[in-house]
Design a protein around this ligand. Sequence first.
Ligand code: NAD
Length: 353
Amino acid sequence: MRNKILVTGAGGFIGHHMVKFLKKKDFWVRGVDIKRPEFEHSSADEFLVLDLREKNNAILATKGIDYVYNFAANMGGIAFIETVHAEIMRDNVLINTHLLEASLINKIKKFFFASSACIYPRYKQQDEDISGLREYDAYPADPDNEYGWEKLFTERLCLNYWKDFGLETRVARFHNVYGPLGTWQGGREKSPAALCRKIALAKDGGEIEVWGDGNQTRSYCYVDDCIEGVYKLMSLDIRKPINIGSDRLVSINELIEIISKIAGKTIKKRYDLTKPQGVRGRNSNNDLLRYLLDWEPGILLEEGLKQTYFWIESQIEEGKLIKPTANGEDKLKGSGSSEQSRPVRGKKMMHVL
Ligand code: NAD
């Protein structure tokens, strides 16, 4: 019998890629999300549109399932997570708690949770040439934002569902996952997508706005690497959180140079120091990943950005840009306007494709 897999957040970026990956491996897959995928039809065998903040929906989603890959979350890029606090904590605590409990009720064999590098303490991320964050650096805890606190809470919830109830859980801390078919406009997009959009909209020799002084650093993991790492992690006996990220540290200025080269454009930068920037530097230490998985992300940033840039450029060429501005500048949408911020209680939604 084929294993039955639930992918939550299957209407979003990583979840959609995960469904495609699992279908290629010939699993039976149920996708669940509060919305359908925006850019491509889902290849899931069954797709349920459900609000996972409702416990009954979490129970329905996990019924008859062997393995759960949980990517559902109310989240976005730095502008979103530095502006929206209670909504992120409330929605994600509800989604994750209900899904863990439902997994126990429905006797799920293994549960994956997508945590984040945002759980790492701000006092370890104050320099741009930071050394990679090791898993044990998470404590004493002091995440930079509420999104990180919620992820840390759910990491602990996963561990304790295993300790107290025997539910097998796996947790990965993603470091800036990017690639095609992800949000690239509207205020929830992350830096690689936002910069690709700005550069695609700029003329050769033109100028783009950069948040901060551009010297802040990050590492970026291509989505195919992330998916492969998650899949490998699920097959192993590792219950403690583990980094899944690249350990190649680049500054935002370097990222812009790489994308400009891909676009074949010379780009001037106009720095806006009033815009949100997050921590000064963040990188992944992959020692544990290499040791336990005998693997680490290998797709070159230049190659991944090429895929991402040309996909975003094609979206623009197809007329998908919502609000063109002079520089293609970001415009953060307030939390109140999002689908996810509608009242939690009340109507349930369910459609089967
Ligand atoms: P995404 O926003 O594209 O996908 C999340 C999906 O969850 C969305 O499609 C959204 O509609 C869905 N969702 C939100 N609220 C829901 C609800 N109440 N019920 C059902 N579905 C709901 O984000 P992503 O980049 O694909 O991230 C996937 C997971 O990985 C998230 O848990 C995120 O926190 C984590 N993560 C991502 C990154 C990254 O760089 N992309 C980094 C660290 C952690």
